[in-house]
Ligand binder design. Sequence first.
Ligand code: CDT
Length: 326
Amino acid sequence: MSRFVNVAIGQLGPIAKQETRAQVVHRLSALMLQAHQMGCDLIVFPELALTTFFPRWYIEDVAELNAYYERAMPGPETQGLFDLSRKLGIGFYIGYGELAVEEGRTRRYNTSIIVDKGGQIVGKYRKVHLPGHEAHEPWRAFQHLEKRYFEAGKDFPVFEAFGGKFGMAICNDRRWTETYREMGVQGVEMILIGYNTPVHNPPAPEHDDLSLFHNQLVMQAGAYQNGTWVVGVAKAGIEEGVDQIGGSCIVAPSGEIVASCTTKGDELALARCDLDLCNSFKETTFNFDLHRQPDAYSRIVARKGPGLMADGSPVPPPGPKTDDRA
Ligand code: CDT
């Protein structure tokens, strides 16, 4: 059996601070049109794909900050992309800053959506792992204030789309094994991941030379260990003085990279992805229903790490009578 989904990576080069939504949507539309002309069912765009990566700046003015978020999706400036999707019959994934009013309170999320070939939103995800810091840290060459500008999402849902089971993650999520497994146990067949990753990590510059290696390492491992396709898409290049990695790629359930970008600008790379290639992994080595041992994994949810329990209390010291499992 084969269930093919023709997937396009819709990698973006830098988005300048002064670039308007209309200009960005024009770039996204051009990539979407080319992907359609090449027979694609789906195009995957990066994280925060409508603006420059604003968490690199400490912004005190709320109006200035709010200008980076979408109050509606589609909204007046993004409706054209949905219209083009419906007209061409091509779906898409896109990341954006979401400003929502919930229970009378303004909330901000780093969000992504899946839109089907009819231009309808069929899935929404809010980034769970928010990297960086909350306070202004002027010693850094540039800020990474995601912990200040976003609230964390609470779930990794999986959606029926394009004839299979689709999930989403956003940038830093791809480094965490839990991201893939949460969707793996729901039977996910393709995980879409947009990212903005600076080459330089101010707290750990010794990792800088490994940034592309780590990008591939985590997505290839996540794909293989869960028998799923993974599509990772960068906003790349030197954006407002900060160099961001490219390395966009499509990973098969075998863990092999089957398509990748070669530039750090707007670029398409394509793969014909057979969702049924997941089966031989999901039914053998990673047959979760047969082989997983959840009883042995209780610390994964009971603890936050070596020092803290999930509720923030300290991990009890080891001892014959102590059992810190759930
Ligand atoms: N956007 C995003 O999540 N970027 C992070 C940067 C490193 S943490 C400061 C990433 O994991 O790629």
